[in-house]
Design a binder for this molecule. Structure first.
Ligand code: FE2
Ligand code: FE2
Ligand code: FE2
Length: 182
């Protein structure tokens, strides 16, 4: 694999791994504060970030070496409104800057597997940002958001409220590949 794409995959793996943990921590905080649906949203999206990290890691399967990995990451454990804003900021950075740049480089280098992994994450992060925005609006109005079941595609991390679709709009797998967070 080209070294630049490998480096981008490692950085994205680091960023997704930290996003996973950050959402678990923020979800735990929301649960303790009585915001059950905010907690459930953070846990569902944490699961999606684990899928992104796993996809990137698998693309690096042949790159067996130790590396020091630097990744952009949001920090802070504040109130749930701030934590949701942190989620919005992190997802937006990935959608607007990080994944489009990584995707272009992977295309330039002809790295098909990395393109797919970056593309899944880029598309899924858009759904995460939208759900965080909806939740923050409710929390800022002093309420736990009304949220139906949350469905997470186990292949690409696409996350949607309500019923699982017959086919994932990002990766096209069937509804049996969705995990529900109720
Ligand atoms: Fe992600
Ligand atoms: Fe995300
Ligand atoms: Fe999917």
């Amino acid at each position: 694999m080209h070294s630049m794409t490998a480096s981008n995959l490692r950085s994205a793996y680091g960023g997704e791994s930290m996003a996973h943990m950050r959402y678990v921590i923020w979800g735990d905080k929301a649960r303790r504060d009585g915001l059950a649906n905010v907690a459930r949203l953070f846990m569902a999206i944490a699961a999606a970030e684990q899928i992104h990290a796993s996809n990137h890691f698998r693309e690096l399967r042949a790159e067996a070496q130790d590396f020091l990995v630097a990744s952009m990451a949001v920090f802070g454990l504040l109130e749930s409104s701030d934590n949701l804003q942190g989620g919005i900021d992190g997802e937006t950075y990935e959608v607007d800057e990080m994944y489009p740049a990584y995707l272009e480089e992977a295309r330039f280098q002809g790295e098909k597997g990395a393109q797919l992994s970056f593309n899944y994450a880029l598309s899924a992060e858009k759904t995460h940002a939208a759900l965080f925005r909806k939740a923050k609006k409710a929390v800022d109005a002093g309420k736990d958001p009304e949220l139906g079941p949350l469905q997470v595609c186990q292949v690409c991390g696409y996350t949607v409220e309500g019923e699982a679709p017959d086919r994932c709009p990002i990766c096209n797998v069937g509804k049996e590949r969705f995990q529900a967070f109720k």
